[in-house]
Ligand binder design. Structure first.
Ligand code: 3AM
Length: 398
């Protein structure tokens, strides 16, 4: 028989299954119980965030992200905090990841890759123009919506991934430097804009080639290859695609192609559609402030509730003495009937409904053993004059 479902709520969000483990957080599916809207909840450990004195930077980044509205950037709706956790409420993106397509079907046609790349550049350009840099662009951060549009996630949340670096988790969860620019690996300080562009170049290469431009089992060798941009384009690449990739994967950030130059590139320009987005964004940042204040009044509660299980007909029959088909054949037991049902409604609502239905029929209702509380039992006894036998058209008096 099905077990009672545990319902977990964070504020107004009903939390569901785990979607995945990101680089710095667990991601869960959730639903806004007021609007029914699905969301993705990124869950962070508050203690870790605060321990590393990253709060100010993370707060700034989250606040900036709330101001970003772009069709190719995963929307950050709000941030909420409980006593121990920080929940970043994000737009739920349903179409999977473009890199799953490569894993399942191999490299993409140039037209398809170009469309994703154009959307990626649109997102990156928009965020850069607002002073937000990704600093960790890689396949896991690219999602697809139901209309096959690219959405970049974790934009501007670089403080969070740096946090993981300090925790040492980078080596296990986001340990791959394959997408990082040479100047990022040198770690001598870098410009976020040009570094992001390099990663876009690696992403474009993977979309078109089906494999990484820089790869080596040995990390030192990999670093060397990246630092001098040692890669070879596959023979099936068009000359103009190859030219663009080579201009992006320039190891010198000072001479690397810029976004305005990419927008003028022949290969890039084909079928380009400029993005349409909301210019005016009116956003309240009180929630961001509240999460990082340590007073209890700002915390949401995390609740776990046992949900009534929805039962199928067989489960109902097996639970219920009254509905045991044996009763129909065992004369000794008489016609005592018991019907069980489950409902998500509160007890008083159920009682009210039963009374409403029973009164006009002249039934005498008695309520027994009503225990208050979430899991209290409720027995309703009624003296009734009529009963309908299951599967029989006639009514029998008892
Ligand atoms: O573990 P996988 O790769 O299946 O796609 C993201 C990744 O899935 C998903 O959560 C996992 C860890 O990052 N994810 C992240 N943000 C998401 C969002 N806003 C998301 N899925 C849907 N909507």
């Amino acid at each position: 028989m099905s077990q009672p479902r545990i319902k977990r709520c964070v504020g107004k969000y009903e939390v569901g299954r785990t979607i995945g483990e990101g680089t710095f957080a667990k991601v869960k599916f959730a639903r806004n119980s007021e609007t029914g809207e699905p969301v993705a909840l990124k869950i962070l450990d508050k203690e870790k965030v605060l321990k590393h004195k990253m709060a100010e930077q993370i707060k700034r980044e989250i606040a900036t992200m709330k101001l970003i509205r772009h069709p190719n950037v995963v929307r950050l709706y709000e941030v909420i905090g409980s006593k121990t956790k920080i929940f970043i409420v994000l737009e739920f993106v349903t179409g999977g990841e473009p890199f799953d397509k490569i894993v399942n079907h191999g490299r993409m046609r140039e037209d398809e890759a170009r469309r994703y790349f154009q959307q990626l550049i649109n997102a990156v350009d928009y965020c850069h123009s607002r002073g937000v840099y990704h600093r960790d662009l890689k396949p896991e951060n690219l999602l697809l919506d139901a209309y096959d549009n690219l959405k970049v996630s974790d934009f501007g949340l670089s403080a969070l991934s740096q946090q993981v670096r300090e925790d040492g988790l980078l080596h296990t969860t986001c340990g791959t430097p394959n997408y990082a620019a040479p100047e990022v690996l040198n770690d001598r300080g870098y410009d976020g804009a040009t570094a992001d562009l390099w990663s876009c170049g690696v992403i474009l290469f993977v979309l078109l080639a089906g494999y990484l431009p820089f790869d080596d089992f040995n990390l030192m060798n990999l670093y060397k290859k990246i630092s001098v941009a040692e890669f070879t384009c596959p023979p099936w690449l068009s000359f103009s695609a190859m030219k663009l990739i080579t201009r992006i994967l320039d190891p010198n950030p000072m001479t690397r192609i810029t976004i305005p130059e990419i927008l003028q590139d022949e290969w890039f320009k084909k079928d380009y559609k400029p993005p349409v987005f909301e210019e005016k964004v009116d956003t309240n940042l009180d929630d961001v402030e509240a999460v990082f204040k340590d007073s209890e009044e700002h915390h949401v509660t995390e609740k776990r509730e046992e949900q009534p299980t929805t039962m199928n007909a067989f489960e109902l029959i097996s639970m219920s003495k009254g509905l045991n088909l044996g009763n129909l054949f065992d004369a000794e037991q008489g016609f005592k009937r018991e019907t069980r049902f489950t409902s998500k409604c509160p007890a008083n609502e159920i009682i009210h409904k039963i009374e409403e239905a029973a009164k006009p029929l002249g039934f005498d209702m008695r309520l027994e053993n009503v225990k208050a509380g979430r899991k209290g039992n409720l027995n309703v006894a009624t003296e009734c004059g009529w009963i309908s036998l299951w599967g029989n058209d006639e009514f029998h008096t008892i």
